[in-house]
Design a protein around this ligand. Structure first.
Ligand code: PLP
Length: 372
């Protein structure tokens, strides 16, 4: 039987059927070493040491793997996952294509920490360079923070034709919003610190692969470099997955309403939300994505205008990161991101839509009065 998204989220990684007397989700197992058989020593299939063996982490990986449709290797953060892909798969002399407008630390890492690797930057919406001589194409769609979208299936076909692997940063959509492996990517990599876990209370990342060989290389890389998630984070992440569908639905509804509101405001010079028919990414997004995330990026006239907006709003917290229960906003230029001073990435939470719309309207009105 094929289940819907919410059923899959609730059941992901759970033992089925449940065992009498056992909890729905077993608690975290805290262990550095485990007892070994004093005579036989390490045995296949018996946990020995926490850097490689942990049942709580395996359950989470099984859950995320179910949702992404691949084999999952979890990492201690999204950056640990992104850097593992780049470092484990590239060698000096190789060429990698990375997004010019994606998460800025991934770009900075590629440019500054891959000695001997040629790094080509490509805007998410294109044009892309020829993939001849390229070993790895890293895509991020929708790109953070500008929310441009690229056609994963078409780029994956072109990259494979040239012999390159394709990794997609799936942080913003989550596997319920987009399934890169089904669209032809070899790897789906993400920060699970955002909407996937969605409660703004943990830092985590993962890579999912269609090939066991690739997943095995990343698992070996993780065991050797040590960026393994702790059991508490793994358990907390798994506990949060069950509500993913519900959270994303409300976030997306809120984003639709807020994007419409922003589009009608004279002080807002650009609004990006790939679910709006007027958005340049709408056509590809509606074909490729299963749902549109709750992130809206817009531009106010100045830093002062953003400051007034954020200090007046009751519901929008000033915070970096995104995808949580609470609405939050981040003025990206404050992090050295190459963004206009007034560009705001607004992450819509799960508040009631009418409350959020009323709050954004009041805060924009107040900011406009302050600026006048
Ligand atoms: N990828 C994207 C698109 C992100 O937005 C982020 C963080 O904001 C990362 C990767 C890195 O994730 P983490 O902060 O969990 O290391």
């Amino acid at each position: 039987m094929t289940f819907g998204d919410s059923t899959r989220s609730v059941r992901a990684g759970s033992a089925s059927p449940g065992q009498p007397g056992q909890p729905f989700l077993p608690g975290p197992v805290f262990a550095a070493p485990y007892h070994l058989d004093p005579v036989a020593g390490p045995q296949p299939g018996v946990d020995g040491y926490g850097r490689t063996d942990n049942p709580t982490l395996r359950a989470l990986e099984s859950a995320i793997g179910d949702l992404e449709g691949g084999e999952c290797v979890a990492f201690s953060s999204g950056m640990a996952a992104v850097s593992a892909v780049l470092l484990a798969l590239l060698r000096p002399g190789d060429t990698v294509v990375v997004p010019a407008d994606g998460y800025f630390l991934a770009r900075a890492f590629a440019q500054e920490s891959l000695p001997g690797v040629r790094v080509l930057l490509a805007p998410t919406a294109g044009p892309y360079p020829s993939f001849d001589g390229v070993q790895l194409v890293l895509l991020e769609t929708p790109a953070n923070p500008g929310l441009d979208v690229c056609d994963i299936a078409s780029l994956a076909a072109q990259a494979h034709e040239a012999g390159a692997l394709v990794a997609v940063d799936n942080t913003t959509p989550t596997p319920l919003g987009q399934r890169p492996l089904e669209l032809g990517a070899d790897l789906s990599v993400a920060s699970a610190s955002k909407a996937l876990t969605g409660h703004s209370d943990l830092v985590l990342g993962y890579v999912c692969a269609t090939s066991s060989e690739l997943a095995g290389r990343l698992r070996t890389w993780r065991a050797r470099t040590g960026g393994v998630p702790g059991p508490f984070e793994a358990w907390l992440a798994h506990r949060s997955l069950g509500t993913l569908d519900l959270r994303l639905r409300r976030q997306s509804e809120n984003a639709a309403a807020v994007a419409e509101l922003l589009a009608g405001r004279p002080e807002v010079s650009s609004v990006r939300w790939p679910g709006r028919p007027a958005d340049p990414a709408y056509r590809i997004a509606s074909r490729q994505m299963r749902r549109i995330p709750g992130i809206v990026t817009f531009t106010l006239p100045s830093k002062a205008h953003v400051d007034a907006f954020l200090t007046t709003s009751e519901l929008i917290a000033a915070a970096t990161s995104f995808g949580g229960l609470h609405s939050s906003a981040d003025r990206r230029a404050q992090w050295g991101d190459d963004a206009p001073e007034g560009l705001v990435r607004l992450s819509c939470g799960i508040e009631d839509t009418q409350d959020l719309v009323a709050d954004v309207t009041a805060a924009l009105d107040a900011a406009a009065r302050t600026a006048a």
